[in-house]
Design a protein. Sequence first.
Length: 153
Amino acid sequence: MAFEKEARGAMLKEFREFAMRGNVLDLAFGVIIGAAFTSIVNSLVNDIIMPPIGFITGGLDFSSFFVVIKRAHEGDVYNSLKAAKDAGAVTINYGVFVNAVINFLIVAFVLFMVVKQINRFKRKEEAGEVAPPPPSRSEVLLAEIRDELKKAR
């Protein structure tokens, strides 16, 4: 009994150490920010990018594209994806998939731009960290004189 309690305490301590490491906390913050970023990208796609595409294509809305695999009742006709789902029909919602692909491409492009900027800033920092020039001839001679004086004492 005491051994089990001690083992649980050790396991809890080990888990706490694992969870409090910097990498795990960074990952947790990254997931939270990623979730918030996803809602922003979804809004960008659904509210800003897709309406002009729909306007240019004559009211085309990808999210309403679907194929009925099995109708809820024989002879049913569905004018929208919502109507098909409400009736209980089995559908393949390829328009929703197209929207997801567009979301992914936008997220990938934005992340590419962010990483590109981070790499640009890193290159600037690395360029600023140029090695100091070698000491001049007089500095070398002065250092040798100093070292000889230290030895003479």
